[in-house]
Design a protein around this ligand. Structure first.
Ligand code: HEC
Length: 131
């Protein structure tokens, strides 16, 4: 369960509070991001207690969230790449849960979490250069 501990630590790495300067319906972005965090935490719970239904259900929520308009905060190619990576990782996770493969699910969860960090890093970098 080393993976889960690493993942937990990474979850703390959300982007710093900053100006929410881009994207559609700005006011709805924070709520979406909070839902994203909650669903990711539920996925972690599923991985930790080996509840495959919980993993699949909340990974699907993450896929759906990533398709909402408010998700597209930046219009950079890299943001698009990380969005696709995020969705692909969540879909892989659903597949792992359906196959009841806990090791594979734990690994996919970590990969998903790394995508959180990569995208947030990109968001911070873009905002830094815009200031
Ligand atoms: C494709 C890019 C992308 C991915 C992947 C991504 N995020 Fe985010 N996240 C954002 C953006 C953009 C914001 C909004 C930042 C802002 O406006 O300050 C954000 C904000 C957040 C916030 C709110 C931070 C705050 O300042 O209130 C949390 C929490 C968060 N993300 C968690 C996660 C978690 C957990 C994951 C992975 C499961 C994840 N994010 C994956 C782009 C992403």
């Amino acid at each position: 369960m080393k993976f889960v501990l690493v993942a937990l630590a990474l979850l703390a790495c959300a982007p710093a509070q900053g100006s929410r300067d881009a994207g559609p319906k700005k006011d709805r972005v924070p709520a979406l991001m909070q839902r994203k965090l909650q669903q990711a935490q539920k996925v972690l719970e599923g991985v930790a207690v080996k509840d495959f239904d919980l993993i699949a259900k909340h990974a699907q929520e993450l896929v759906d969230i990533s398709k909402e308009a408010e998700w597209k905060v930046l219009k950079t190619p890299r943001y698009e790449i990380y969005s696709n990576e995020f969705r692909r990782n969540a879909e892989t996770l659903i597949g792992n849960a359906r196959e009841q493969n806990l090791d594979a699910a734990a690994l996919s969860y970590v990969e998903l979490t790394l995508t959180c960090v990569k995208c947030h890093k990109h968001v911070r970098e873009v905002r830094m250069t815009r200031r």
